[in-house]
Design a protein around this ligand. Structure first.
Ligand SMILES: [Zn+2]
Length: 125
């Protein structure tokens, strides 16, 4: 088994692969089952990245809260606007990320509900 570069995106893939795992470029005879596995992998990666993003956003929110706490000297004085803006933006970003995550999980759930799933598809969902 050799490793080749995908002609579309340049990602290193197996020479036996019929579909590029990164961009979905077809290198051979692609069946509907191959496409399902590709979509499932993409979805799994997407959910992973959305989860990581939501953790990063929570961290920014906590940083904003610490800033607020320090700036207001333990909530006894009015803080500067910066802390509020940071908390507001991160809270909004969190909601957006959770929205995308919810939608991705709904798609994954509907894919899992399918009957006659191939073992390769099951592994990737
Ligand atoms: Zn590719």
């Amino acid at each position: 088994m050799a490793v080749i570069a995908c002609p579309e995106c340049g990602t290193r893939i197996s020479s036996r692969a019929v579909i590029c795992a990164s961009c979905g470029f077809q290198l051979g005879e692609v069946t509907e089952a191959d496409f399902e596995v590709f979509r499932a992998r993409k979805l799994r990666d997407q959910i992973y990245h959305l989860n990581m993003t939501s953790y990063a956003v929570i961290t920014v929110f906590v940083a904003g809260f610490c800033w607020y706490w320090l700036d207001s000297r333990g909530f006894s004085e009015a803080p500067s606007a910066g802390a509020f803006i940071l908390m507001g933006i991160s809270a909004l970003a969190y909601l957006v990320v959770r929205g995308f995550l919810f939608r991705s999980r709904q798609i994954q759930k509907s894919m899992r509900a399918k009957r006659n799933m191939s073992s390769e598809l099951r592994r990737n969902l």
